[in-house]
Design a protein around this ligand. Structure first.
Ligand SMILES: [Zn+2]
Length: 191
């Protein structure tokens, strides 16, 4: 069964996060999300086809904050996860329990957890040793990052998910490495 995207303003976790950081989501996102959901159809971990979400492996708000907002729309950064009540795989496996954070192990870690945790209920996930370890060392919220950590994050993005010149989004701003804000940049790459 095909899922409909559910970006209800104020209720979708992505919308809330964007609001918190004063970010504007791409006007292209609803279309990109709809196309992705039509293609994926099932949760990567439990194969459930209800309450499906397009998870951003590298959270889109963090990408925007280091001027790589193109990754909000980039399929390389997507993995479908469900938000079933009681076993919210988007929140638990993609974000390790906090939408401010994320699973740094990315696609591979999400797939490994999905295969190794029996039943994939919230209770089973939260009792899993590997999950507990990942959760304990999950990234801090953005406002606690040092400039060096922000710079390192941008470098990881540029290395693992380099900007595609044909992308729907415009080219990213440089992220200045001396700690000063980029005078050209606003808190989104949609400019
Ligand atoms: Zn699921």
């Amino acid at each position: 069964m095909q899922q409909q995207p559910s970006p209800t303003p104020g209720t979708n976790p992505g919308t809330s996060i964007a609001q918190k950081y004063g970010l504007q989501r791409s006007p292209l996102w609803p279309g990109v999300e709809k196309a992705a959901l039509a293609k994926y159809l099932k949760c990567t971990t439990c194969a459930g086809d209800q309450t499906l979400q397009v998870h951003h492996i590298m959270p889109f708000h963090l990408c925007h904050l280091v001027y790589r907002g193109d990754l909000e729309l980039d399929e390389r950064n997507f993995i479908p996860l469900c938000e079933e009540s009681g076993n919210n795989h988007h929140l638990l496996l993609g974000h390790l329990g906090s939408f401010e954070s994320y699973n740094q192990g990315g696609r591979e870690s999400i797939l490994t957890l999905g295969k190794s945790i029996p039943g994939l209920s919230e209770e089973a996930i939260k009792a899993d040793k590997a999950w507990i370890q990942l959760m304990g060392s999950r990234p801090k919220p953005w406002e606690q990052w040092s400039h060096a950590e922000k710079l390192a994050f941008r470098q990881i993005l540029d290395t693992t998910l380099p900007f595609i010149p044909t992308a729907k989004a415009s080219a990213p701003y440089p992220f200045l490495d001396d700690g000063t804000p980029n005078p050209q940049a606003v808190t989104t790459t949609y400019h």
